[in-house]
Design a protein. Structure first.
Length: 463
């Protein structure tokens, strides 16, 4: 095992940065972190599997936080991924520096994962104590191990954990949309027959993964969906990490809020943002008839690929409804812009029914906004029932009632009400996630050495 004798952090980062530049210029895909990050205090080995950390969404924060947690409790962590992580971007958005947390990067691809005749990684993964797939909703990862006996190092067989945000793959296989996900990552394959073969393998590999790993998920709503497909599995609910403390500190001191409804969502047809525009149209008339101060709606989010066409559709709807003075679309908002919008807004509206969890809802509540959400999905587990709607008309009624109440700042939009809403999501903090994950891992490690086979998906005590 190599170690670095008392390196300064500045020299270590500089060395890694220079090597990254050389690799990128040369087109090589070496393990840029291998032989640099060795911590003798870490006595166990873990492999994290995530296709791409660079979008920096909710699942990527979960993956990065999981890596952070594992290194803090004594694991050396390797990362299996499709793309080189954008270390600086991840640190900027998540506040997690992966340069001193990832021992080595192992590159794989969707073709290798779904082509069951190939070895997934250029090494035997049975040497790990722990393997965690943090994108188990769409990324099936399963590799046969070479027996249950201890490996040459004297280790017992590894523990497999899959964090399944929602079992999307089986549904997308049925309606054919998983082919879009395939084609995104397998652009170099020209043969339709090869794509068809991988498409057929996807469901098989996913089933193997789900039935041979310990399943974690983000909500009771998602757990029920998993059990509907796999009745032998008892998933454990582990809420994803949300930086509620950062949102609370950055927004709650500014409690002089305006009549603004905020929507935060990626601009994509599957997010059903048109529901927000229908709501805005209803509110325009209700505010006039009920003499409520003019209310504006801000819809903020990112646009990926061809989703700009969907933005054009939304812009046309704004014109058709005559909402030019009521609705503003903000594409590509920075984090600071998001915090500013959170500070100014009174109400958060979520347009998509059936959201498995709803990280943006938690962030808005941490910032003191009243959430108005569909009465379906994971968010009903933490949003008060009086703020849940069954149709857009009911949503308009809830919002208009809140706006009338907000004329008295002690009810809605004041510091007291903001603190009350914010307190409802304290349990979703990053530290809570890390504590709960550590408890689960320690529990599994204790059972690993027993002689009887361990059936990981039997009912477990909730953490």
């Amino acid at each position: 095992m190599l170690s670095i004798v008392k390196p300064t952090l500045r020299i270590l980062k500089y060395s890694i940065s220079i090597k990254c530049i050389i690799i990128l210029l040369s087109g090589r895909a070496d393990n840029i972190l291998e032989n640099y990050i060795i911590d003798e205090a870490r006595t166990k080995d873990a492999l994290i599997i995530h296709d791409d950390l660079n979008p920096c969404g909710g699942s990527e924060r979960l993956a990065a936080t999981t890596i952070q947690c594992l290194t803090e409790i004594g694991f050396n962590v390797d990362l299996a991924t499709f793309k080189m992580p954008a270390i600086i971007k991840i640190q900027k958005l998540f506040g997690i520096d992966l340069t001193n947390r990832i021992r080595k990067i192992l590159f794989t691809n969707l073709h290798s994962i779904l082509n069951m005749e190939e070895q997934l990684l250029n090494k035997n993964i049975d040497g790990y104590d722990l393997v965690i797939n943090t994108h188990g909703d769409l990324l099936p990862f399963y590799e046969k191990h070479n027996g249950n006996a201890a490996d040459p190092k004297g280790k017992n067989s590894k523990i497999n954990i899959t964090y399944c945000h929602y079992p999307l793959l089986p549904y997308q296989i049925r309606n054919g949309t998983y082919r879009i996900f395939l084609e995104k990552y397998i652009q170099f394959i020209a043969s339709h027959s090869t794509v068809n073969k991988l498409f057929a393998n996807a469901f098989l590999v996913y089933n193997l993964m789900m039935n041979n790993s310990f399943i974690l998920t983000n909500s009771t709503f998602s757990a029920r969906a998993i059990k509907q497909l796999y009745d032998n599995i008892q998933p454990i609910t582990l809420s994803p990490p949300v930086d509620v403390d950062k949102f609370r500190k950055a927004t709650l001191p500014y409690y002089n809020k305006q009549n603004i409804l905020l929507v935060v969502s990626r601009f994509s047809p599957d997010k059903q943002i048109e529901n927000a525009l229908i709501l805005a149209n209803l509110l325009k008339d209700k505010c006039s008839s009920e003499k409520i101060q003019k209310t504006k709606m801000i819809i903020a989010g990112n646009t990926i690929g061809l989703d700009y066409k969907y933005v054009q559709l939304l812009e046309e709807m704004i014109l058709d409804y005559g909402l030019q003075n009521y609705v503003k679309l903000v594409s590509g908002a920075s984090f600071d812009q998001l915090l500013y919008m959170m500070r100014k807004s009174k109400i958060y509206f979520h347009p998509l029914a059936g959201e498995p969890f709803g990280i943006s809802i938690v962030e808005a509540m941490a910032s003191g906004l009243i959430p108005v959400v569909p009465a379906s999905g994971g968010s009903i587990e933490f949003v008060p029932s009086e703020y849940q709607y069954h149709n857009i008309q009911e949503a308009a009624d809830i919002v208009s009632k809140l706006l009338i109440q907000s004329k008295d700042a002690t009810n809605i939009g004041g510091l007291e009400s903001s603190l009350k809403i914010s307190s409802l999501v304290s349990r979703f903090s990053i530290q809570s996630y890390k504590n709960n994950l550590e408890n689960i891992i320690n529990s599994l490690l204790k059972t690993r050495g027993v002689e009887e086979p361990v059936i990981l998906n039997q009912p477990q005590k909730r953490v």
